[in-house]
Design a protein around this ligand. Structure first.
Ligand SMILES: NCCCCCC(=O)NO
Ligand SMILES: [Zn+2]
Length: 343
């Protein structure tokens, strides 16, 4: 299987607000390096760098003004004399009447984010573009007739909505890939999100559309991040009604329950008859993950890959979460090996 990877991800080192203190982010460069090392160790296949794309290739999944905000945020922040990481401090929540985009960068940061989980620093935008470009390059290779391609994306993307950052995400790599498939003529694209956390951003982007089916298996938002999306009654709206399937599972879920949910997800995707499948591949479902609450074990990821292959659809795997750095490579690549029947 071909892997698309850019070392430009190393330009982004985030911080995060956790338990009331600022600390180095769990979303660290070593994550992608460990997965890359495992890809090489197992001889998964060729590894290529992404092609470059235009900012306009991100629009469709995202709004133009959001992409422009991301591209200019660091320069606007540093123009105020600050060299620290740019973080939002105020958000346009229920009861605040203005719907205008503020002119000052501190207001823009809050307008275009859902939480303080996506800090912006000097190298962030370049890293974010390299991550989205890896997903786009993966689609272009898939379209050339490949059965499966792996976009080793970092930073991740599935919490990024049409106009907001969040949860370590900036551009929604999986959504940008799905949109590219549609632009290249696909009539129906399925996105399967198997990360521990609900892909609220991907849901947001396609919620009113029937040409992209979104299916997510994740920790119950009543007790798990992102808390405010991912319930089973969120089924899409307008033309998208019935093309959004959330399968929330309780904390402590192990493979038996996860596999049953994946079986249901697969049945829905099979009925949809997708021309292409984008998998948001998070492995923070692993039992040792420091910020998540499922109990999958490394061999389980082989089975997950097998089940995804059973859908018989050209598939782009897009790396999302996974924070147990020692095992992230083993677990992510096990999905890809399972997909290839190398179990
Ligand atoms: N900082 C709060 C938790 C962020 C979750 C990131 C993730 O793995 N999403 O899939
Ligand atoms: Zn996650």
């Amino acid at each position: 299987m071909l892997t698309v990877y850019s070392s430009d991800h190393r330009l982004h080192h985030g911080v995060e607000l956790k338990d009331g203190a600022i600390s180095a982010s769990f979303e660290k460069p070593e994550r992608a390096e460990t997965v890359l090392a495992r890809v090489k160790t197992v001889g998964l296949g060729d590894i290529i760098a992404p092609r470059s794309y235009e900012h306009s290739d991100y629009v469709g999944a995202h709004s133009e003004r959001y992409v422009e905000f991301l591209a200019n945020a660091w320069s606007e922040w540093t123009a105020t004399g600050r060299t620290s990481q740019a973080l939002p401090l105020v958000w346009p929540i229920r009861g605040l009447p203005s719907t205008e985009v503020p002119q000052f960068i501190d207001g823009k940061l809050g307008f275009f984010s859902m939480d303080a989980g996506s800090p912006i620093n000097e190298g962030t935008w370049e890293a974010v573009c390299s991550s989205a470009n890896s997903a786009l390059t993966g689609v272009d290779r898939l379209s050339s007739g490949m059965r499966g391609v792996f976009a080793l994306c970092r930073p991740p993307g599935h919490h990024a909505g049409r106009e907001y950052t969040g949860g370590y995400c900036y551009l929604n790599n999986a959504a940008i890939a799905a949109q590219r498939c549609i632009q290249q003529g696909a009539k129906r694209v399925a996105v399967l999100d198997i990360d521990f956390h609900h892909g609220n951003g991907t849901q947001d982007i396609f919620y009113d559309r029937s040409d992209v089916l979104f299916v997510s298996i994740h920790g119950d938002p009543a007790v798990c991040y992102p808390y405010f999306s991912g319930h089973a009654d969120e089924r899409g709206m307008g033309q998208g009604e019935g093309f959004n399937l959330n399968l929330p599972l309780p904390k402590g879920t192990a493979m038996a329950e996860f596999e049953a949910a994946l079986f249901d997800a697969s049945a829905t995707i099979a009925r949809y008859k997708a021309d292409a499948l984008i998998v948001s591949l998070g492995v923070d479902t692993f039992e040792g993950d420091p910020i998540s609450h499922f109990r999958l074990r490394s061999p389980d990821y082989l089975r997950i890959g097998e089940m995804i292959e059973g859908l018989g659809v050209p598939t782009l795997f897009v790396m999302e979460g996974g924070y147990m750095v020692d095992e992230i490579g083993l677990n992510a690549v096990n999905v890809l090996l399972g997909f290839e029947g190398r179990t």
